[in-house]
Write a protein that binds this ligand. Structure first.
Ligand code: NA7
Length: 552
């Protein structure tokens, strides 16, 4: 029921309703496309609005040199057999352009584009209580009306531009990795600076290092990057990867991060009872395997046990140091003392990242030692008085992760408050899918769902299926309004907060902890107990008639 203080939010005289829908999906990446397809199958009238001119979400925007996926291509897809059966990537870890080609393949099979409005950025949404519908405005001045608003804006759709003095004074070119020009930029032979060494920074650095005349890397925190073990896939390898595909997809619901393997598959939950030599031997195997195995295939206890965590860190550190020629540079990239516990910031995959720092044309600037004073017309001035002269500056400074894509839209709920205002003291979102005061609005792969701690397509499908099921439930019963209760939101937030307090996640300034954006409340922004636990919470709610939601 609407609260007594609810505001009406009805259409104004200026609103020309251009579209009436059952469901309006925002975003055409994995989550949005899954919703569009499933809801269409269920007989809803549904459209997706997408700001970009093409499909793919992050894989449209992130076209910087070296941008690629950190998950095995076979598992970085939709699980429908008709989609994967005749699709192959040529590399184990596909690049952004091959991922775009994949989305094109999906579109050809499912005909999704006919129900997508491209170049359509949603700027505002208001819940009209009288009609029990959302009024959704777009940048081009149109207004749509929909019973349900399903936001699939992804975890990395709002780039973070750092507040660095003088950025506007720079005489050269400045690019954020997620706002890279679609036509590409030729940086060969140029003097380039990169600020940021997260997943994007690592990729762009290893790609640019060999081609630019000089590369200056501004590092605030070293990245504990793991070997990708990229492989080209020939016909036999492609066939091999398809063996047991159905089971691998099914297994995603049973593993912490929605991968085809889990902590237990490689190690068992604990190193208890294993000798240090046995642990080292096991770690050697992980290292040879590469990818996320040394992280998500490690002992589950590395996230809770400081001693075990240190063993994992030291193994990583010693492996990496062997690849760096200058001991002073090695100390900065892989410090003796861990900058934070191992694996509690998003681990990145690299191919030649550490070797790049052995090149004469590459300089590492440690921002903890010499912070940036300001950007000048010629380059970057650091606290030691040195002006690093540059032709181009790359900002690999990340995103307002997970919640940023949602709060970037002016969304007004029943109490007249915007979502941005509501979440200023921190996010609370029941089942990571709804928040009180915003009826009929759901989000997939957003705050307090497995999202950033999972494989994107796995979360898009597994959580997405719960959302689609919920809307079907509403439709079948002729119900028209659903809202999570305030109590359920708060309990969910408490659950997340309490769980994370038992882990080492709290010990790093990561985007997982919302600590990468100045002023953002520090809290775990993902659901940290893994996909099986998350799905169990949905099952509990459903078994009790969708407990935690008020439905009318
Ligand atoms: P990340 O992982 O958030 O990395 C951003 C990087 O930029 C990180 O190294 C930051 O250092 C650095 N940063 C951010 N602001 C500044 C300022 N003001 N000065 C210097 N350095 C700064 O973003 P990515 O795009 O690499 O990856 C995001 C996710 O996309 C990734 O985790 C995958 O899930 C895909 P910090 O570590 O905060 O000290």
């Amino acid at each position: 029921m609407a609260s007594a203080t609810a505001v009406s939010n009805g259409p104004t005289s200026g609103d020309v309703i251009t579209e009436e829908l059952d469901v309006l999906v925002v975003g055409a990446g994995f989550s949005g496309l899954y919703q569009l397809d499933r809801l269409r199958q269920m007989g809803f009238s549904v459209k997706a609005y997408e700001a970009a001119p093409a499909l793919g979400g992050v894989w449209y925007w992130n076209c910087y040199p070296g941008a690629r996926c950190d998950t095995h291509g076979p598992l970085y897809q939709f699980s429908r057999e008709e989609l994967w059966r005749d699709w192959d990537f040529d590399e184990l870890y596909p690049s952004w352009d091959k991922l775009r080609a994949y989305f094109h393949h999906v579109d050809e099979k499912l005909g999704l584009s006919r129900d997508i409005r491209f170049n359509t950025r949603v700027t505002e949404a208001r819940f009209d209580e009288a009609q029990r519908r959302w009024l959704v405005r777009t940048e081009d001045g149109r207004t749509a009306r929909a019973r349900y608003l399903v936001l699939c804006t992804g975890i990395g759709s709002k780039p973070h531009l750092p507040d660095i003095k003088g950025l506007g004074d720079f005489g050269g070119l400045v690019y954020h990795t997620a706002q890279w020009p679609q036509q590409g930029v030729d940086l060969a032979g140029q003097r380039v600076g990169v600020i940021g060494t997260g997943a994007s920074g690592v990729q762009v650095i290893q790609e640019l290092g060999p081609i630019v005349s000089h590369l200056t890397v501004f590092q605030r925190t070293p990245n504990l990057a793991l070997p990708m073990r990229q492989r080209q896939l020939d016909a036999a390898a492609k066939r091999e990867l398809k063996v047991g595909m159905k089971e691998k997809y099914a297994k995603r619901a049973r593993t912490f991060g929605g991968y085809e393997y889990d902590f237990f598959d490689y190690a068992g939950a604990s190193a208890e009872g294993l000798s240090p030599q046995q642990v080292q031997a096991m770690y050697e195997e992980y290292w040879a395997e590469g990818g996320f195995v040394p992280w998500l295939g490690n002992f589950a206890e590395i996230w809770t046990d400081e001693g075990r965590n240190l063993v994992a860190y030291e193994f990583w550190r010693d492996k990496v140091r062997q690849r760096i020629a200058d001991p002073a540079v090695a100390e900065k990239l892989a410090p003796t003392v861990p900058p934070h516990p191992y694996g509690v910031k998003r681990m990145s995959l690299e191919q030649a990242y550490y070797e790049v720092f052995n090149q004469d044309n590459v300089r590492l600037v440690d921002l903890k030692e010499t912070p940036i004073e300001r950007v000048t017309a010629k380059g970057v001035l650091t606290a030691d008085g040195r002006e690093h002269e540059l032709d181009a500056l790359v900002l690999a400074t990340g995103f307002d992760m997970v919640s940023g894509g949602l709060t970037a839209i002016d969304i007004k709920g029943t109490a007249g408050q915007t979502l941005r205002e509501k979440w200023k003291p921190g996010v609370s979102a029941y089942l990571g899918s709804m928040t009180h005061g915003f009826p009929n609005m759901l989000f997939v792969y957003g705050p307090q769902a497995p999202s950033g701690l999972s494989n994107g397509p796995s979360c898009a499908e597994l959580q997405g299926e719960e959302i689609a099921g919920l809307l079907k439930y509403m439709k079948d019963r002729g119900r028209t309004r659903i809202e999570s209760t305030d109590q359920a939101d708060k309990a969910w937030r408490e659950r997340v907060d309490q769980y994370v307090e038992t882990t080492l996640f709290v010990r790093a300034d990561s985007w997982y902890m919302s600590a990468n954006i100045p002023g953002k409340v520090r809290q775990m922004i993902n659901y940290p107990a893994g996909i099986p636990d998350y799905l169990e919470r949905w099952r509990e709610s459903k078994a009790a008639g969708y407990a935690g939601f008020s439905i009318s």
